[in-house]
Design a protein around this ligand. Structure first.
Ligand code: SF4
Ligand code: SF4
Length: 972
C-alpha cells in the first residue's frame, strides 16, 4: 500500500512498517508515520514546538547500529523504518520504567489530570511498568505552590522542556529555564524565583504542554479536577477580549460547575489562552449572581447612588479604610507580589449588596416585565422617540445585539441605541469608513506571519490581546520587524526591533513625520497611489510640514528614530499596522487613524498578504455588536440610518412603520441628553456606564435624573444602583449564540451551565419586552434569529449555524463549506463609492487639557492583563482577583522619588473633576511626567478623573489624556 504524506513539494519515498510512504523532503519520520496512520509514542515532542529529541521515547529502527529519534530524524529516500520491533518496544519500556521509577506515587496523581491525563503514566501502563514507589510530595526536588492557579511538582518533572518551549516559542513569555546540576536540575522561573513571584503571566500554556503532571492546574473554588473522561466537554469561545480564543470547558455535571478549561484549535488562537480565558470563568458561579427580578422600593426615591462610596467623593469615603492600604501580603504563597493594592476592598471592591439590596424588593418576572414595558411606553408616548434610549452590550451575542437594536428601533422609533464601541474604536471606525468604506479589519492578526514589518501602536497588546500578541512575538522570531509606538514601554517594547516612546497625544505628528520621510526617500508605492487612492497631493502637502526634526520636537521621539521607522516601513514589501485604544481614545482619535490609513495606502500596504489595517477590537463581540447595528448611525451591516432607501428597506424587512429617519445619539450624547432632560427612559443591557464612561460625576447625575431605568445584568453593578427595575440576566456561559472577533471570525458560543435561580437568557427577555409593547415576535432559538440577521446583513451572506464549524468562519465568505473565509480584503478596490482609498491629511492638535502647575502629570487609563472593564466578571473570578486584587497607579521611578512615593504607598491622584486614592506601583515602563491607572476598580475609579471631551467625528472620549496631580495620601 502506498500512502502519501501531505505537503509534498520535493518528496522522498520510504518504507514504514512495510508501507511505502511518500513524504515531503525535510519531514521527520514521526511526521511521515503519523500521516500514514502509524502511531509512534512521544514524551518530549509536541507538534506545535520545534523537536528536540531528548527523551528517546520515539526511537525507531532505521537499520543503523543505534535507534533513531523519529521526532528529529528526517526521512530519506529508500529508508526502511520499523517502528515497533521487540527491541524498539523493549527500549521504550525500559525508558518508561526508568522515568516512572523516579515519579511521585500515583495516589498523588488526581490533581494531575489536566496534562492530557498524564502521558507518562499512560505509557507506563502501555508497557506494563509497575506503579512507582515514589517520593512524598516535595521530598525530592520539591514543589512550588506559590502561584494561585498552577502547582509545580518538581519530582514529576522529566526535563523534557515542553513547558520551556510552550512558554518561549508559543506564548513568547520567556519565563522558564533550568537551574541546578545533575539530579538537582529543575525547571526554573526567571532566576529560580517562586513561580508566583516570577514574571509568569499565568497563561497556563506550560500546564497544557506538560506530559507528566509536574505542572498542573490548581482547583478553582474547590471544584476537584477529575480526569477528562469523567467530565463533560463543551466547545465554545472565550468571553473576554476581541481575540475570541476557542476553548473547551470541562464540566463536572455532578457539581454543576466547570472544573477546568483547555485551549482548542482554531486558526486565530491555535489552542492558546491567556490567564482570563484559562482561569477566569468562575464568576458565573459567584454567590452574588442576580437570581430574581428586583423593583425599587417606594421609599428609595428620589433616585441616586445607594453605596456610600459612590454617593460622594470616593476619597472621602476611603478615609476610614486607610489601614487597609498597600500591597496585600503573599496570599499566593511565599514571596508572591500581588499586582494590586487591596485598599477599599470593603466589601471585596464590589457593590455592597447588604447596603444596596434593601432598596429593592423581589418581584415576579410578570410584574417586572409589565412595569418595564408600561413605563417605557408611557415615557415614549409623553416625550416621543427622543425620550428613549438603549445601551446594548458587546458582551452579548450577535443575536442579542440584533434583537436589542431592533426593539429600540421598531418599538420606540428611535436610533438612540449604542454600546461600548463608542468608548473604544469609534474614531477608528469613523476614519476607516471615510477612508476605505469599511470599519472592519482589512486582514487578520494571523497574517502577521506574512508581513516583513509591522507597527503595533497605541496597544498594550500583551495585556489587552494576549494571544494576538503571541502571534506578533512568533512572527518576530520568524523574521518580521516589529516597530512598537506607545507612550508606555509595555511588554511589547521588549519584543520590538524599534521602540518609539512618544509623548501622549502626539500620534499625528509622529506619523506625519514618518510619512514625510517615506515620501522624501521615494519609498512610496506610486502605482498604488495613482490607481487606488485619491487626495494624495493634499496629504503630501500637509506632511511636508512635518520633517523628522519638527516631529521630534512635538513627539519627543528622536528624528533619527523616526527616519529608521520610515526606512523600515517604506523599505518592506509588506506591512500591517495594528492599533489599539492609545490611538482611538483621543479627541484626535479620528485624525490618528487617518494617518495610519494614509501610511498604509501610500506604501501600497492594503489588499495583499501580510499587509493591511487592523484596529484590535476590545470586547469579545464588539465587532459583532457593531455589525448588528447596535450603533446610532447605522442599521445592521453599516447601512446608513439617515438614508431613506435604507430606512425603507428595514421597514419592509422588519414589517415596521415609521423608523427614525435621522441618526440617533451616541453613548456620550445620551448621557448629556439625560442630564438636560431629553432622554427620560433607558434600557441598559449589560453595560455599566457608571464606571466605564468618562467623568462619572456627570454620569451619576444623568442616571439620577432619568424617569425610568431598567438594568439587565448578571450582577448588581454600580449602574444598577440607579435602576427602577433590575432584571437577572444570563452569563455568557449560560446560552447559545454567535460572536464575531476582531478578525471578522464568527464563532459559536455554546451553553455550558444552567442559569441560576430565576435568571433568564437575554434574548428571551428582550423578546418578552418587545411583545409587551406589541411587536409580536416569535423567535424560538438563536439559530432562527441568526437566519433573519444574515438575510439583512450582506457581509454575513452564506453563514449559518451549520457551517460555522468548530473554529468559526471569517466573513465575507463565499463558500463556508469549503473555505475559512476571506483573510485579505480590498484586493481590487475599496468599499468607498469610487472604490478608491480616500487619503485625509491631518494637522497635529494638542490634547484638550494640558498639564499645568496645578495638575502637572498626564493621566493615561486602560486595562490590566487580569481584569476586564468595570471588573464585574474578573473581580468575581478567584484567580484573577487573587493575582490582581486592587487598584494601582503606575509612576516612573524618578517621579515617585521626587514625590516621596515608594512601591505600595498610597497616592492621592486628583484632576479638576475628582480625587481618588490608590497604591503606587513604581514602574520603569512609564515615561516621566506620566501616570497610568487601570479603570477596573470602583474603589479608585479612574473615570472620576477623566475628561469628557470627545473626538468630533467618532464621539469617543479622551480617556488617554487629562491633567492630574499626584501626591502621597495624608493617611498613607
Ligand atoms: S503559565 Fe505561561 S507565562 Fe507562566 S511559566 Fe507557564 S507558559 Fe510561562
Ligand atoms: S486572549 Fe482574549 S480571547 Fe484569548 S483567552 Fe485571553 S481574553 Fe480570552
Amino acid at each position: 500500500m502506498a500512502i502519501t504524506a501531505p505537503e509534498s513539494t520535493g518528496t522522498v519515498t520510504l518504507t514504514i512498517d512495510g508501507h511505502e510512504v511518500t513524504a515531503s523532503r525535510g519531514a521527520t519520520i514521526w511526521e511521515a508515520a503519523r500521516s500514514a496512520g502509524i502511531d509512534i509514542p512521544v514524551l518530549c515532542h509536541d507538534e506545535r514546538f520545534d523537536p528536540v529529541g531528548v527523551c528517546r521515547m520515539c526511537v525507531v529502527d532505521v537499520g543503523a547500529p543505534a535507534f533513531a529519534a523519529s521526532c528529529v530524524r528526517a526521512c530519506e529516500d529508500g529508508m526502511q523504518v520499523k517502528t515497533a520491533t521487540p527491541e524498539v518496544e523493549r527500549s521504550r519500556a525500559m525508558l518508561a520504567s526508568l522515568l516512572v521509577a523516579d515519579q511521585p506515587p500515583r495516589e498523588r496523581d488526581p490533581k494531575q489530570t489536566t496534562t492530557a491525563d498524564n502521558e507518562l503514566l499512560k505509557l507506563a501502563d502501555r508497557y506494563g511498568v509497575s506503579a512507582p514507589g515514589g517520593l512524598p510530595c516535595g521530598a525530592g526536588r520539591g514543589a512550588d505552590l506559590s502561584s494561585p492557579v498552577i502547582a509545580v511538582d518538581h519530582d514529576a518533572c522529566i526535563l523534557c522542556d515542553r513547558c520551556v518551549r510552550a512558554c518561549d516559542d508559543i506564548q513568547g513569555n520567556d519565563v522558564i529555564g533550568r537551574s541546578g546540576k545533575g539530579y538537582d536540575t529543575r525547571i526554573a522561573f526567571d532566576l529560580s524565583d517562586p513561580m508566583g513571584a516570577s514574571s509568569c503571566v499565568s497563561c497556563g500554556e506550560c500546564v497544557a504542554a506538560c506530559p507528566t503532571g509536574a505542572l498542573t492546574n490548581k482547583p478553582i473554588r474547590g471544584i476537584p479536577i477529575r480526569p477528562r473522561s469523567e467530565l463533560d466537554a463543551v466547545d465554545t469561545v472565550c468571553p473576554y477580549c476581541g481575540v475570541g480564543c476557542a476553548l473547551t470547558y470541562h464540566v463536572d455535571r455532578e457539581r454543576g460547575a466547570i472544573a477546568f478549561a483547555d485551549g482548542r484549535e482554531q486558526p486565530g488562537s491555535h489552542g492558546r489562552l491567556c490567564v482570563k480565558g484559562r482561569y477566569g470563568w468562575d464568576y458565573a458561579a459567584s454567590p452574588q449572581r442576580l437570581t430574581v427580578p428586583l423593583i425599587r422600593r417606594e421609599g428609595s426615591y428620589p433616585k441616586g447612588a445607594l453605596s456610600a462610596d459612590v454617593r460622594g467623593d470616593m476619597a472621602a469615603a476611603a478615609e476610614g479604610e486607610a489601614s487597609d492600604h498597600g500591597l496585600a501580603s503573599s496570599e499566593g504563597g511565599p514571596g508572591r507580589k500581588r499586582k494590586g493594592g487591596k485598599r477599599g476592598r470593603k466589601p471585596g471592591g464590589l457593590v455592597d449588596y447588604a447596603e444596596v439590596l434593601p432598596h429593592f424588593r423581589e418581584a415576579t418576572w410578570e410584574e417586572a416585565l409589565s412595569l418595564v414595558a408600561g413605563r417605557l411606553t408611557e415615557i415614549y408616548q409623553a416625550g416621543g422617540p427622543a425620550a428613549i434610549a438603549g445601551f446594548g452590550s458587546a458582551k452579548c451575542s450577535n443575536e442579542e445585539a440584533y434583537l436589542f437594536q431592533k426593539l429600540i428601533r421598531t418599538g420606540f422609533h428611535t436610533n438612540n441605541v449604542d454600546h461600548c464601541t463608542r468608548l473604544c474604536h469609534a474614531s477608528s471606525v469613523s476614519a476607516l469608513f471615510e477612508g476605505i468604506g469599511s470599519g472592519a479589519v482589512s486582514t487578520t492578526y494571523g497574517d502577521v506571519i506574512n508581513a516583513e514589518v509591522v507597527i503595533v501602536t497605541g496597544s498594550n497588546s500583551t495585556a489587552n490581546h494576549p494571544v494576538a500578541s503571541s502571534f506578533f512575538k512568533q512572527a518576530r522570531r520568524a523574521g518580521t520587524t516589529v516597530i512598537y509606538v506607545d507612550p508606555r514601554a509595555d511588554k511589547m517594547a521588549d519584543h520590538a526591533d524599534i521602540y518609539c516612546q512618544l509623548k501622549p497625544g502626539t500620534d499625528v505628528a509622529f506619523y506625519n513625520g514618518v510619512m514625510h520621510e517615506v515620501i522624501r526617500l521615494g519609498l512610496t508605492d506610486e502605482e498604488f497611489i495613482a490607481s487606488r487612492t485619491s487626495n494624495y497631493p493634499a496629504l503630501r502637502d500637509v506632511v511636508a510640514d512635518y520633517p523628522p526634526e519638527r516631529a521630534e520636537q512635538i513627539t519627543g521621539v528622536p528624528a533619527d528614530v523616526i527616519r529608521r521607522v520610515a526606512r523600515a516601513w517604506g523599505g518592506a514589501r509588506s506591512g500591517i499596522i495594528f492599533w489599539g485604544m492609545g490611538i482611538s481614545q483621543h479627541t484626535t482619535g479620528t485624525d490618528n487613524a487617518r494617518c495610519l490609513i494614509a501610511l498604509c495606502a501610500i506604501t501600497g500596504n492594503i489588499g495583499k498578504p501580510g499587509a493591511g489595517l487592523h484596529p484590535l477590537r476590545g470586547q469579545n463581540n464588539v465587532q459583532g455588536a457593531s455589525d448588528m447595528g447596535l450603533i446610532p448611525m447605522f442599521y445592521p451591516d453599516y447601512q446608513k440610518a439617515d438614508d431613506p432607501a435604507v430606512k425603507a428597506r428595514f421597514e419592509q424587512a422588519w414589517g415596521a412603520a415609521d423608523l427614525d429617519p435621522a441618526k440617533g445619539l451616541t453613548v456620550t450624547e445620551i448621557i448629556g441628553s439625560a442630564l438636560r432632560g431629553g432622554v427620560r427612559g433607558m434600557y441598559m443591557l449589560g453595560e455599566n456606564p457608571f464606571l466605564s464612561d468618562p467623568n462619572i460625576n456627570k454620569v451619576r447625575k444623568a442616571l439620577s435624573r432619568l424617569d425610568f431605568l431598567v438594568v439587565q445584568d448578571i450582577f448588581l453593578t454600580e449602574t444598577a444602583e440607579f435602576a427602577d427595575v433590575i432584571l437577572p440576566a444570563s452569563s455568557y456561559l449560560e446560552k447559545d449564540g454567535t460572536y464575531t472577533n476582531t478578525d471578522r471570525r464568527v464563532q459559536l458560543g455554546r451553553k455550558v451551565l444552567d442559569t441560576p435561580g430565576q435568571a433568564r437568557v437575554d434574548w428571551e427577555v428582550v423578546q418578552d419586552i418587545a411583545n409587551r409593547i406589541g411587536l409580536g415576535w416569535h423567535y424560538h432559538a438563536p439559530r432562527e434569529i441568526f437566519e433573519e440577521m444574515v438575510a439583512v446583513i450582506p457581509s454575513y451572506k452564506n453563514l449559518s449555524y451549520d457551517n460555522l464549524g468548530a473554529g468559526g468562519k471569517l466573513y465575507p465568505n463565499p463558500d463556508p463549506d469549503r473555505s475559512d473565509g476571506t483573510v485579505v480584503m480590498f484586493t481590487e478596490k475599496f468599499k468607498t463609492g469610487d472604490g478608491l482609498a480616500h487619503l485625509v491629511p491631518a494637522e497635529w492638535l494638542p490634547a484638550r487639557e494640558l498639564p499645568d502647575e496645578d495638575y502637572p502629570f498626564v493621566l493615561n487609563t486602560g486595562r490590566m492583563l487580569e481584569h476586564w472593564h468595570t471588573g464585574s466578571m474578573t473581580r468575581r473570578s478567584y484567580a484573577l482577583d487573587a493575582i490582581a486584587p486592587g487598584p494601582l497607579v503606575f509612576v516612573h521611578p524618578d517621579d515617585a522619588a521626587a514625590l516621596g512615593l515608594a512601591d505600595g504607598d498610597i497616592a492621592r491622584v486628583s484632576s479638576r473633576r475628582g480625587t481618588i486614592e490608590l497604591a503606587t506601583r513604581v514602574s520603569h515602563r512609564e515615561a516621566p511626567g506620566n501616570v497610568f491607572i487601570p479603570f477596573h476598580f470602583r474603589e479608585a475609579a479612574a473615570n472620576l478623573l477623566t475628561i469628557d471631551e470627545i473626538d468630533p467625528y467618532g464621539k469617543i472620549p479622551e480617556f488617554k489624556f487629562c491633567a492630574v496631580r499626584i501626591e502621597p495620601a495624608a493617611h498613607g
